[in-house]
Structures are given as C-alpha cells and as structure tokens.
Design a protein around this ligand. Structure first.
Ligand SMILES: [Zn+2]
Length: 198
C-alpha cells in the first residue's frame, strides 16, 4: 500500500512510543491530519519544549524547568526527611497522596546487573552529597517493590547506615512486582504509614 512519506514518517514516530502498535500509530497519524493546523503546532511545540526546557533539579535530580524543582524550592517542606524514588513519575504519585511533606531524591532507575545498571549510573553520588548536610535525619527508601527496587534499597541501606541517619523502607502495602506510579493514593499512603527501619 502506498502511504505518502510525511504520513509514514509520522506513523514511525508514534510507533516509537511505548504501548503504541502499528494500528494505533496509523489511527493517531490520520487523526493529526484532521486536526486544525494551530492545534498541531501547539502539540509539536509542547513535544519540543518538554524535551528542550526540562533539566534535572540541582538538588534532588527530579525533572524541572528551573534550576531547582518546585518541591526543593518550597520553604514549607520538611528538610529533615528525604524520600528516595526511582522515577520522576513516582514523585507525582507520592505528591498525589498529599500525606508527605518532606523532600525527594530521584535515582532515575534502579540497580540492575542484568541491564548493566550499577550505582554509578544512578544519582546516588548526588544523594550522598546531600547527606553531608546535617539537617537530614531520615531517608525513606521508596524504590519499587520488585527485585531491582529491593536490591537498590538494600544497597542504599548498607551505604547510608554509617552516616547515622535513620533509614526506613516503605511497607508492602504495594503490590509486589508492581510499579509505584500505578498505585492509588490509599495504597501509597498505607505504604508510607507502615514504613519500617532497616
Ligand atoms: Zn528538587
């Protein structure tokens, strides 16, 4: 079947996104053709801006369009607690609970020997730097409750214990083998309440 080049390029582009197969990519592409030009421009600009204007927060490594993210810049947050998560999406999930008022640290992944991801590939050195500041009294390890997440939590616990900081792990109110970002607010809140010292 002949498909004009601009549209086949668009289909290829959509297919690079997760969870989108050839049929959905084709449907989305033809939908774009039916959109107002102004709306297409807005969408294209949003895509480019999301990539170009976002950087890592110099404090917590979360994604932000400023030097420091909104949480780190908020004077009302409790600076004695840092919640360590794997992904920026986990921060969004945790913020949805409205139960946590401390700071975050985003690792951007988990330790995975299978995928060749070691501690140096994650933002662990930046986390250690933050602990030199004596205001931090508790570190909550909120990595995912799966093999990689648990391995990362164990590694961090061993690494940080000598700092004399309380290290806690969120409880298994979360489904084992699941992802933090898909948990509902109640489950996440329960998990935070039931965290335990390691
Ligand atoms: Zn930050």
């Amino acid at each position: 079947m002949y498909i004009p080049d601009p549209i086949s390029k668009l289909i290829d582009g959509f297919m690079r996104l997760p969870g989108i197969g050839p049929k959905t990519a084709q449907r989305l592409s033809f939908y774009v053709l039916s959109m107002e030009e102004e709306d297409v421009m807005e969408l294209a600009k949003a895509l480019v801006r999301a990539k170009r204007d976002l950087q890592r927060c110099e404090e917590c490594s979360n994604i932000t369009d400023q030097k420091r993210c909104r949480v780190c810049g908020d004077k009302g947050r409790d600076r004695s607690v840092i919640c360590v998560v794997q992904d920026p999406r986990d921060v969004i999930a945790m913020e949805r609970t409205k139960e946590y008022h401390g700071l975050y640290h985003v690792l951007h992944g988990a330790i995975s020997p299978m995928e060749g991801i070691g501690p140096d590939e994650l933002s662990i050195p930046d986390l250690l730097k933050r602990l030199e500041d004596e205001t931090v009294q508790e570190l909550i390890l909120a990595t995912n409750p799966n093999i990689e997440g648990e391995a990362t939590a164990m590694y961090l616990q061993r690494l940080i214990k000598p700092f004399g900081i309380k290290v806690t792990r969120i409880a298994h109110g979360l489904p084992v083998g699941g992802d933090l970002e898909y948990a509902d607010e109640v489950t996440l809140t329960k998990a935070m309440e039931g965290r335990r010292e390691l």
